[in-house]
Structures are given as structure tokens and as C-alpha cells.
Design a protein around this ligand. Structure first.
Ligand SMILES: Nc1ncnc2c1ncn2[C@@H]1O[C@H](COP(=O)(O)OP(=O)(O)OP(=O)(O)O)[C@@H](O)[C@H]1O
Ligand SMILES: [Mg+2]
Length: 416
């Protein structure tokens, strides 16, 4: 590390600088910067950074890694200025944050930070962030993330993960958005991460776009109303990117009847999506519709979200009967109990067991109540990993994503 980059001219030009109140508070960052860049980086305070970035010496800088914690929230304006100055000089910004409020984080990302990594740094995260920002074509926010090399179908065979709430508000959109984000970030160091998209098929109350603060494109309606003319290009053009890592087909701008699309449309959409992405996460309306069957048939994993209430229990039973009557694959459903009683609550555990027994289902996943942070994060348009990385709900969803990913990889290996 080259200390005080601004003050001591160094013969070898600096490629990067950390910018923080005191870099010693972020020892993992120091380690990771050394691994990534050897001696080619320096450290700066916020005010120093503002001065230095304006200087000629800064010309070799490719990026700054701005590390902040709770205390720095008082200085949001200064932080924003540093980011803006860096952007003006085409220097990329990686934001590293520990215990920073979603509002502050959101504001800084809006100011133009290119990448966000939580602190303590997950293994390999800084390195991947550096690779992404120094790569050839960074993806601007709100543009469709290119879904394939050369923009054409990639002949992938994406895994379809459908999520449906068995009652309104059971957490389907929360699950869809967060599992997608966790899958997009599932890769280990030195691996290319899977390409992930979310398709919001809740045509009336779809809120994936709200949960990720994304605009809804007019072209979504055109796409859905004429899937026969859809191709890779028009599919991608209707999508929007989130933080360069996730691609989203939002629900349409207007509230539309659920039978705007039929099973054929759904099959076509899934086909294009699977060709272009490794994971296709579909958020479903909680109603059972004519094309639910198509989703159920195509889904590799179908997550049915329920809660510990009579409403969910009765709906689960009704859904079970309906599917069995139609000879549809009921056994595909993986029941996820949201806002499950805590592990130490023995009475709660017994109730979960009774619920599963009375419905004749197994409850495969239990998610804890994540409290207000969950709704607040969504209101700020961020997945939990970015708004409240340590939230217990996030931890469970992340675990589930890793399990699904490993399962898929093992199957792929077994298949040769
Ligand atoms: N485990 C949880 N802990 C805390 N809050 C949660 C949890 N799961 C969901 N929520 C909150 O509950 C509300 C409903 O969740 P969400 O919108 O994901 O449900 P949904 O099934 O998609 O609802 P809809 O039927 O409206 O589509 C949201 O405000 C969300 O932030
Ligand atoms: Mg929803």
C-alpha cells in the first residue's frame, strides 16, 4: 500500500485508491486491495480525495474504493461530491459499506457509484467488482443487460424457479427478488456468476419493479400481447438491468387482465428466457390462472409461499385438491413457510409440524420474520443483501440460493 497517495509522489502510477475516514477500520479491504493490485494503490481521506482526483497525478487512476460505515452518514454530501468528481474524470467507484442505512446507500448509488460491496467483504467480492468495472463494456443502469454474447440466444438451458404466494402478501415477490439477487451473486472467487433474470407475471399487482426501483417499459405490453413475433432482441429490449447483475422483465405499466396471456405465450416467454439465462425466476400472481399449469410444468423448482394462518392453510389444501384433480404435478411444489416461528419456540415448532401433517405436505423451507428492514429495503428499491445484509431473512434466502445452485451444478456434472 502506498500511504497518503496525494502527498507523496510515487514513481509507479497508482491504479486505484481507497477513500475512507481511516482505512485501518477496513483491514479486509487492505488485504483484498493488496491481493488485487500489489503496491499499485494508495489510501486517501475524503477531503484529500476531493483534492487529489482533480489533479494531474490522478490520471492513471482507474477506480476508487470508497469504504464507509455508519459514522460517515453524517458526511453524505462530501461523499457524494467525491463520487461526482471521480465520475467526471471517468474514474470508477466501488462503494464498500458497513452498517450504512438503505437510504444513504441508495443516495450514493444514485450519485453514480458503479458497484456496491458489503463489508465485511465476502470472499472474492472485491476482485469480482474490480473485474466488472474494469471490464470492456460496463453496463449502464436501466439498460437491458445484454443477455448473450453478441446479443443472440446463448443456447443456455436456464433453470426455471417459479414463486407463488398461497395467499396475498405471503412473500412471493420478496422471495423472487431476493433469491434472484442471491443467485446472481452465488459464484465463488474466479468463477463467472450465473446470468439471472426475473420475470414478473403478476400482470395486475406486479411489484418486482417497485422492489428494485426499476422503470416499467411500455414495450412489455407489446411483448406480452404478441409473443409470436418475439425474438431474443425484442425480449431483451423490454427488460431492464439492475446494478449490472440482474435483468428484469417487469409487469406492464398498466394493470392488465391475467388472461392477456395464455399457456402458449408463457411457454414462448420461458423458452426465450431459458435460452438466454442460467436462472429464470418467475413471480406469479397468487391467483391460479389458466396458464399456471404451463408454469408448473416448466418449472424446475416451484416455491409455494405460505404463512402460519388459516388462510394459507385452506388455500394450500384447495390448491392441492385442484392440482390433483387435474392430475397436475402437485409434488413439484416446495412449500416455504414465511414468517415461521423461531427455532427456540417449541410450541411454534409443534404448530408447524401439525400444519404440515394436516395438509399432507412437507414444509421444506422456513423463513424467519425479518422485521421492518424487509419492507424498508424493498421501499428503497434494494434487495436485502444490499439494504440489510445481516438480516436473518436474507441469510436464509442466501442459503437456499446456494443449495439450489449446488444442486444444479451437481446434476450438470452427473449428466457429464
Ligand atoms: N419474512 C418477512 N419478514 C418481514 N417482512 C416480510 C417478510 N416477507 C415479506 N415481508 C413483507 O411483507 C409484505 C408482503 O410481501 P410480498 O410483497 O413479498 O408478498 P407477495 O406474496 O408478493 O404479495 P402480493 O400478493 O401482493 O403479490 C412486504 O411489505 C414485504 O416486505
Ligand atoms: Mg407480489
Amino acid at each position: 500500500m502506498t500511504s497518503n497517495a496525494a502527498l507523496q509522489p510515487d514513481p509507479s502510477p497508482l491504479v486505484a485508491c481507497t477513500v475512507s475516514r481511516d482505512v485501518q477500520n477496513f483491514d479486509l479491504l487492505i488485504e483484498d486491495m493488496e491481493t488485487a493490485l500489489g503496491d499499485g494503490w494508495g489510501d486517501l481521506g475524503f477531503a484529500e480525495a476531493l483534492a487529489f482526483i482533480g489533479q494531474l497525478d490522478a490520471e492513471s487512476l482507474e477506480f476508487i474504493a470508497m469504504a464507509i460505515d455508519e459514522e460517515d452518514e453524517e458526511n453524505l454530501v462530501l461523499l457524494g461530491e467525491v463520487i461526482a468528481r471521480a465520475k467526471a474524470r471517468h474514474i470508477k467507484v466501488i462503494l464498500i459499506a458497513e452498517d450504512v442505512s438503505p437510504a444513504a446507500l441508495h443516495q450514493l448509488l444514485r450519485t453514480g457509484a458503479d458497484e456496491f460491496v458489503p463489508y465485511p467483504l465476502p470472499e472474492g467480492e472485491l476482485q469480482s467488482a474490480i473485474e466488472r468495472i474494469t471490464g470492456p463494456e460496463p453496463e449502464p443502469e436501466y439498460t437491458p443487460a445484454p443477455t448473450a454474447r453478441g446479443g443472440h440466444g446463448d443456447d443456455r438451458e436456464g433453470v426455471v424457479i417459479a414463486v407463488q404466494g398461497l395467499a396475498g402478501g405471503a412473500g412471493s415477490t420478496t422471495m423472487a427478488v431476493n433469491i434472484a439477487w442471491e443467485l446472481a451473486n452465488v459464484a465463488k472467487k474466479d468463477e463467472t456468476g450465473p446470468k439471472v433474470c426475473v420475470i414478473d407475471l403478476d400482470l395486475q399487482y406486479g411489484s418486482v419493479s417497485t422492489f428494485l426501483d426499476l422503470p416499467r417499459r411500455e414495450s412489455v405490453y407489446e411483448l406480452l400481447s404478441d409473443t409470436e413475433s418475439m425474438d431474443d432482441e425484442s425480449f431483451q429490449a423490454a427488460m431492464v438491468g439492475f446494478e449490472g447483475k440482474l435483468t428484469v422483465l417487469t409487469s406492464p405499466t398498466e394493470m392488465l387482465p391475467l388472461d392477456l396471456i395464455n399457456s402458449e405465450d408463457v411457454n414462448r416467454i420461458l423458452e426465450v428466457a431459458r435460452r438466454n439465462f442460467d436462472y429464470v425466476v418467475v413471480d406469479m400472481p397468487s391467483t391460479v390462472v389458466q396458464w399456471s399449469e404451463a408454469i408448473l410444468n416448466s418449472a424446475h423448482v416451484f416455491l409455494a409461499m405460505l404463512e402460519m394462518d388459516m388462510r394459507s392453510a385452506q388455500n394450500a389444501l384447495r390448491l392441492k385438491r385442484a392440482l390433483q384433480a387435474e392430475e397436475l404435478p402437485f409434488e413439484k411444489l416446495r412449500f416455504v413457510l414465511n414468517r415461521a416461528p423461531k427455532g427456540i419456540d417449541l410450541n411454534g415448532k409443534a404448530r408447524v409440524k401439525r400444519l404440515a401433517e394436516s395438509l399432507g405436505i412437507s414444509i421444506d423451507v422456513q423463513l424467519p420474520d425479518g422485521g421492518k428492514q424487509v419492507t424498508q429495503g424493498a421501499d428503497h428499491g434494494l434487495p436485502l443483501a444490499l439494504s440489510a445484509g445481516k438480516n436473518p431473512l436474507r441469510k436464509e434466502i442466501s442459503k437456499l440460493a446456494h443449495q439450489l445452485h449446488e444442486l444444479g451444478q451437481n446434476e450438470a456434472e452427473a449428466a457429464g
